[in-house]
Write a protein that binds this ligand. Structure first.
Ligand code: SF4
Ligand code: SF4
Length: 96
């Protein structure tokens, strides 16, 4: 099973931005440049994507999973960025 379902740290650590034309529900996004939008909540402090449900480090889900951005799809487990996000939430690093 993926670590992601009991993590969610990356959805609550970084600004998640993408080309504004992607099919992400518009009311969950905020414009940041003429051509880019960000997931609402990820441009704020503390960071937490509005589409994230559950508790980081326990049990989480993405409420728009099939409509999530390319940025979300490209962010994967076991990468340095993944472990950086986990560390920001006090979670131990993971290895493949
Ligand atoms: S930080 Fe890593 S393990 Fe946690 S949800 Fe993101 S990709 Fe998955
Ligand atoms: S849209 Fe989903 S996968 Fe992307 S940051 Fe938000 S909760 Fe995470």
């Amino acid at each position: 099973m993926s670590h992601c379902q009991s993590c969610g740290a990356c959805c609550a650590s970084f600004r998640v931005s993408f080309y504004w034309g992607e099919e992400v529900p518009a009311h969950l996004t905020v414009p940041i440049t003429p051509h880019r939008a960000a997931m609402r909540g990820t441009e704020a402090k503390p960071v937490r994507c509005i589409a994230l449900s559950g508790e980081v480090g326990k049990e989480v889900g993405c409420t728009i999973y099939t409509q999530r951005s390319s940025t979300c799809r490209e962010f994967t487990e076991y990468t340095p960025e993944c472990n950086k996000a986990r560390a920001m939430h006090g979670l131990p690093p993971i290895q493949a």
